[in-house]
Write a protein that binds this ligand. Structure first.
Ligand SMILES: Cc1cc2nc3c(=O)[nH]c(=O)nc-3n(C[C@H](O)[C@H](O)[C@H](O)COP(=O)(O)OP(=O)(O)OC[C@H]3O[C@@H](n4cnc5c(N)ncnc54)[C@H](O)[C@@H]3O)c2cc1C
Length: 478
């Protein structure tokens, strides 16, 4: 018997997307190409016409999940033109020693891309779709969670007022501080939690060498993510195509003890200058006015949110940071948001445009994975800030890399599963990673492991442990 469609055909269906950040813009392209009528509304001005970033270049690490989504809309090659591969972490220890850790195999890298640049490229792409309309300087104020109708205010030098937008469905792609999500908290049975990390962050900059061309403009190794791990705090730097590096300092917002460094303890120029000189001596000649910047900037908070459900009344859904703002320590926030969009697009095809089926499937498939990467990102601060300078940790990474080389079918390091295996769900990566942790703890207990780590018996033991552990897991699942 032929199934009677529950949803209208795409060309008769109106969808509102709130927020034209990277996720909202990509979603508009995907839905627009399926024939839906899209209104994409954004509170800020169009950055392609107004310098809303004040010349600041903020970059972000794009990895294989993000690339896969960009490939699906045919824009990956264009984005890659202005992206810089970061093949390794370069670790700057406090005594000035520099060590390196490859992120994966020789041909694997995470990529430094401009957040504004990628957003603008996606907006250009969305604008080319006949069924997508972009509206800037429209701030969402209300959502009707039964009908998907929304209201937006506008207040420009030319005019002021508000507009009503009717739709069949609405997506909240309005970021970590989502208004759609805040309004959804007034709907029945909506669970929401927000946890602040002890750390906040500020952005600093290392300018490129003037009067130089090509790679000579870079004051440090170009194709790398630089880290100055200092246990409770850290500085990182990602390269930009103009030879500069965008740096982020992550530091506790406050501390109980006056001797501990924190944004609230570092109040005067002298203590800020000593903090930088003592902890980041090799970066000091490179950074542009770090003390002035530190004094002038307010620290941005870091938080993660947990939301359930992501879909309300099969009418309004959250996507990207609005659904799963996470801490940035795995470099996956935007990658995960792009994956939301790609997988939603596949579900639309799988369920032939039947939204009463698409929405529950979207919630089921994406939430478990967003929860997993949110947890992994939370844990990764410790790995980045403390362990990456720890010799045991580095040894463990070497053993894992060697075992992976010998037996790629038995072992893929957790970082590689998250970053370079775009078809492996984050939730699977988390589960396998937890098993690997137990196994590696046993290996690291082997007497004199630092001397015998290259010996064959270590890898035979690893093989046995993997087979035993994963067999046990399989049995548990039967
Ligand atoms: C320090 C830091 C480093 C990061 N590094 C990485 C990284 O290396 N890799 C990675 O993948 N991710 C990283 N992230 C996360 C990444 O920035 C986000 O996941 C990504 O920007 C989310 O995209 P989005 O489109 O969901 O939200 P956003 O980029 O926040 O866009 C939301 C849009 O909605 C608009 N908006 C908000 N409210 C309204 C309203 N009421 N009405 C209309 N429009 C509205 C906003 O103006 C904005 O344009 C990092 C984040 C931080 C803070």
């Amino acid at each position: 018997m032929k199934k009677i469609p529950l949803s209208k055909p795409a060309r008769e269906t109106k969808i509102t997307i709130v927020g034209a950040g990277p996720v909202g813009a990509l979603l508009a392209v995907i839905l627009g190409r399926k024939g839906y009528n899209i209104n994409l509304l954004e509170s800020r001005s169009d950055s392609r016409q107004h310098d809303i970033y004040q010349g600041k270049s903020i970059n972000i690490a794009l990895s294989d999940r993000g690339w896969l989504a960009l490939e699906s809309v045919g824009i990956a090659e264009q984005v890659r033109q202005a992206a810089i591969p970061m093949k390794k972490r370069v670790i700057h220890t406090i005594d000035g020693t520099i060590t390196e850790q490859a992120y994966g195999k020789d041909d694997q890298a995470i990529w430094s891309v401009s957040r504004a640049g990628i957003n603008e490229q996606l907006l250009d792409l969305a604008e080319k779709e006949a069924s997508v309309e972009l509206h800037f300087e429209k701030r969402l104020t209300k959502v009707d969670f039964n009908t998907a109708a929304t209201s937006f205010s506008f207040d420009t030098p030319q005019s002021k007022g508000h507009i009503e937008v009717d739709a069949d469905y609405t997506f909240g792609a309005d970021g970590a501080f989502s208004k759609v999500r805040r309004l959804a908290q007034e709907t029945p049975r909506f669970s929401y939690s927000q946890s602040y990390m002890p750390h906040s962050y500020i952005e600093l900059s290392i300018p490129g060498n003037e009067n130089e061309t090509g790679d000579a403009r870079f004051k440090m190794e170009k194709e790398a993510l630089h880290i100055w791990p200092r246990k409770d705090f850290m500085l990182i730097a990602l390269p930009n195509p103009d030879g500069s590096f965008t740096c982020t300092l992550f530091l506790n917002y406050e501390s109980n003890n006056k001797a501990e460094h924190s944004f609230s303890n570092l109040k005067d120029r002298n203590s800020v200058a000593s903090f930088f000189n003592e902890n980041f001596a090799d970066a000091m000649p490179l950074l542009e006015n770090p003390v002035d910047d530190f004094m002038a900037k307010s620290a941005n908070p870091l938080f993660l949110v947990n939301v359930d459900p992501w879909v309300i009344n099969n009418t309004v859904a959250l996507i990207g940071d609005a659904a799963h703002a996470m801490v940035p320590f795995y470099g996956q926030g935007m990658n995960c948001g792009f994956e939301d969009c790609r997988e939603l697009g596949e579900l639309i095809d799988e369920y032939q445009g039947e939204w009463p089926e698409i929405f529950p499937a979207y919630q089921k498939q994406r939430k478990i994975n967003a929860d997993a990467i949110t947890e992994l990102a939370r844990r990764n601060f410790i790995e980045m800030s403390e362990l990456s300078a720890d010799s045991n940790f580095q040894l463990q990474k070497k053993i894992e890399a060697k075992f992976h080389q010998l037996h790629p079918e038995l072992w893929v390091p957790l970082y590689s599963m998250v970053t370079f295996c775009p078809y492996l769900p984050y939730s699977q990566a988390l589960k396998i990673g937890d098993q690997q942790k137990i196994i590696m703890a046993q290996i690291m207990q082997i007497p004199d492991i630092d001397k015998c780590w290259q010996d064959e018996f270590i890898y035979l033991k690893l093989q046995q442990l993997v087979q035993k552990h994963f067999k046990k897991e399989e049995n548990k699942n039967v």
